[in-house]
Design a protein. Sequence first.
Length: 186
Amino acid sequence: MKQTRERRFRHRQRLQKANTRRARWRLRKNARRETRFQRDVNHCISKKLVAKAKTERKALALEELSHIRTRTDNGCRRSQRRLRTSWAFRQLRSFVTYKAQQAGVLVIAVDPRNTSRTCSVCGHCDKKNRADQAHFKCLSCGYTANADTNAAVNIAFRAARQTAYGAAPPSGGGASTSPVALALGI
C-alpha cells in the first residue's frame, strides 16, 4: 500500500507541475481513484478484523482517535506529514463499527492517553519508558517489549476494565461472549 501511495504521489507531483487542462482533469480522475482504493482497503481490513473477532468470540478494542491530527501535528516531521494525514482512520472505524454490529461483536472505544508509555506488567507510566519509537523498557520493573505490543496489551486491559465496571462503551456493537478485547494498536 505504501508503494502504491508513493507512486501516485510522484505522479500527482508531475501533473501539478505541468498544470495543463488535461493534467488537472487527470488529477481529478486520480483523486477519485485514490478515494476508491482507500475505501476498498478499509473495507478489507474491517472485514478481516470483525471476522477474526467473531470466530474467536472476542470484542474489538479501538483507540478513540477523535482530534488526533490536532494533537499530533506539533511533533510531526515534515517528511511524515503526508503519511499521517492520508490515513482515513474515521472511515475505518465506522466500517468496523457497522460490520461488528451486524456480526454481533462488541466494539469498545478506549482513551489512548499514555497507552504506549505505561508498562503492561507493573503499570508504571513514564515518558522515558519509550527510548525510541519501536522499543519499550520499563524503568521500574525492567520489562522490555515491542512498543506496539505493549500498547495493544494496555488497550486490551482498559477495554476489559471498561466492560467489567459496566461503563457503556462510546461506540455501539452487539453482544459479545468475552470481555477480553482484541486490541488494535493503530
